[in-house]
Design a protein around this ligand. Structure first.
Ligand SMILES: [Zn+2]
Length: 95
């Protein structure tokens, strides 16, 4: 009666949920969201997003900014707290 000790049956490391920096080769957790739009490809309301760690935020935003694509840089937690597509009548009063 030997019960095998099953101590290691856990699916412990889910690669899933953590948002990772979009910079090439970077695997740092993202803390920033860069919202951008390429007017040649996208309608003006469309937002593509890149994620960036602290280190790559400037690099990526410069890349997008140089092309005039960059629309917004928002902290990830703020971005997610926005509740994409919520019907609360957003006020875009900061221009
Ligand atoms: Zn990075």
């Amino acid at each position: 009666m030997s019960a095998p000790a099953s101590e290691n049956s856990g699916s412990h490391d889910s690669p899933g949920d953590t948002a990772v920096c979009s910079a090439k080769g970077c695997r740092e957790p993202a803390v920033w969201v860069l919202a951008w739009n390429n007017p040649k490809l996208h309608t003006p309301e469309r937002r593509k997003t890149w994620l960036a760690c602290e280190e790559h935020r400037e690099h990526l935003s410069r890349f997008l900014g140089a092309r005039d694509f960059l629309k917004d840089v928002v902290a990830l937690d703020v971005w997610e707290g926005r509740g994409d597509g919520g019907g609360r009548g957003g006020s875009a009063a900061d221009r």
